[in-house]
Structure formats: C-alpha cells, structure tokens
Design a protein around this ligand. Structure first.
Ligand SMILES: [Zn+2]
Length: 290
C-alpha cells in the first residue's frame, strides 16, 4: 500500500515529506516492461513529484520534466495534492549497473547533464516555471539543488528504489526536509550533522522501518500532520484519443482509413490501449472541421 506523510519537525522549523510508492511504480513498470535502472530513475522522479504535489493546495498540480543526455531520454511526472501521480519516459528499455557494486546506475541512465524543469499549475493566470541544470544525475542531489536554487528553499532530498532480480520494484520511496524561513543556525547545524551519518534511502527501505519511524528518526519531536494514499492515476480516455485523431484532419484520417482500416493507439503514460474500428474512423472523419 503506497502512502505519503507530511510532518512538522525540528521544533516546527522544518517540514518533512515521506513517500512510499512501490505499487504505483510497478503499475507502470509491468505495463510498459521497464528495465531495472530505467525503473529506478523513473521511481526517483515519481517520489519527488509526489512530494512536490503534497506541497500544493487543492486543485493545484505539478509537472516535473527531467531532460538529461542519457539513454532514457525525457522523464516526465505529473502529480496533484491528493497523492495521484502518472509518469512517462522516452525509453524504458535501458539498463546500467555500477560494475563492481552490482548497483543500479541511475546516473548512466539519466545522464550527467541537461535540465530539470518544474511547472506548477497554481490556478493563476500563468503557471510557475522553475528550471535548474542536472548537476549529478543520481537525481536526489539534482532535486535538492533545484529546491535550493530555483525555489530558494533549503532542502535535503533522499531517494531510493530497489529492483528485484525479476525486474519488479521491491521498494521505492524518499524523503524531503525543507527549512521554513528564519530557521535558527543551531537547527540548521543539527540537521546537517544528522544527515552526515544518516542511513541511505536504500538501507532504510530494506529495513523494517515504516515512514513514520523514519520521520521520527530524522527528528524525535516530529508531528505527523497528514497521511494520504498514493495512486497511479492516468487522465487518458478514449475520448481524449478521439480528439487527438480529429486534430490530424480529414485528409490524414481518410488515409488511415483507406490504408490501415483501423487505428490502434497506446497511452504513453499508462500503456492503456484504445482501438478504433472502421466505423469509428468514419464517424471521426465526419467530425473533422479541416
Ligand atoms: Zn493513460
């Protein structure tokens, strides 16, 4: 069961977000047969985007695009404030390991240069857009850099994904600590010192600790504000694909009808398939305005 926790900590000078999203990641991994390190990369972006979603209010949404120079290509994730997420990547069929460590190599998958783009729909006239370069490629450091530089919120980001030998995700999750304005120096020092010797996300995820335990480990005085379910949820529908086909125009649709007779479409986010019969296509051509 996937979940996300929001907490106040360090004498109410910091917020902590924790997420566990193994099932959401396996949903996409199973449907689109992801290779292990591609799954790990997308899992890290999924975790971060879910936690960014939890920083939003009501109907606001966030889209995160990681555009590195690695073989996975574009990684895209969208989340809302209620624990719903969907993800996409250009090439789920790439896989790299660190030779001797037998560890998934996210950096080789994502690349070590490029950009992270964050677009927040805050239901205002213009969306909020933030961008920072990829500085590492393992993603946790890259997202911490994004928060620190683009949003100017001092943040610690820890992410981890473990993939089993059968290619399925065993566990995926992470935490973000964000300082509130005017945090006293001694608290900043306390957090920095704590993080120096804090276990990695991979170690935490393989332990018996749950999210609440990990939050209490970060800060003994942490207060849980909210716990919510996390779900992979796609916005696709046959209707959306119909509209997409209509935009191709009468000429192109007629060509599809004459050559292929039918149309087969696949959602890049969730892998759902939508088929259009000869009659469907004829009806769509009727609806074309150009
Ligand atoms: Zn879909």
């Amino acid at each position: 069961m996937d979940y996300l926790i929001k907490a106040m900590a360090f004498d109410d000078h910091a917020r902590i977000y924790f997420v566990s999203c193994k099932d959401a990641l396996n949903t996409i991994g199973d449907r689109l047969s992801y290779y292990p390190s591609a799954l790990a990369a997308v899992g890290r972006v999924m975790s971060t985007t879910l936690m960014m979603g939890a920083m939003l209010k009501l109907e606001e949404t966030v889209t995160v695009k990681v555009e590195g120079n690695g073989p996975i290509g574009l990684i895209l994730a969208e989340a809302d404030a209620h624990g719903n997420v969907r993800t996409y990547c250009s090439n789920p069929h790439c896989h790299f390991e660190y030779g001797e460590l037998n560890k998934l190599n996210v950096k080789a998958t994502v690349g070590d240069s490029g950009f992270i783009n964050v677009i927040k729909d805050l239901k205002l006239k213009e969306p909020f857009i933030g961008m920072t370069p990829i500085i590492n490629g393992e993603l946790a450091e890259d997202f911490a850099y994004y928060f620190n530089v683009s949003e100017q919120v001092p943040s610690v980001v820890s992410l981890g994904v473990l993939v089993d030998t059968d290619g399925r995700c065993l566990t995926s999750g992470g935490f973000i600590i964000q300082l509130l304005p005017n945090t006293p120096d001694e608290i900043i020092d306390e957090i920095e010192n704590k993080m120096k010797s804090f276990p990695t996300m991979s170690d935490l995820l393989t332990s018996d600790l749950n999210g609440e335990d990990i939050i209490k480990m970060i800060s003994k005085d942490a207060r849980i504000l909210e716990t919510m379910d996390v779900n992979f949820k796609c916005k696709c529908s046959k209707e959306r694909f119909e509209n997409g086909l209509i935009t191709l125009g009468k000429k192109e649709l007629t060509e599809i009808l004459e050559v292929d007779k039918t149309a087969h479409t696949v959602c890049h986010f969730c892998g759902n398939e939508y088929d259009f019969t000869e009659d469907d296509l004829k009806a769509l051509i009727e609806r074309c305005t150009k």
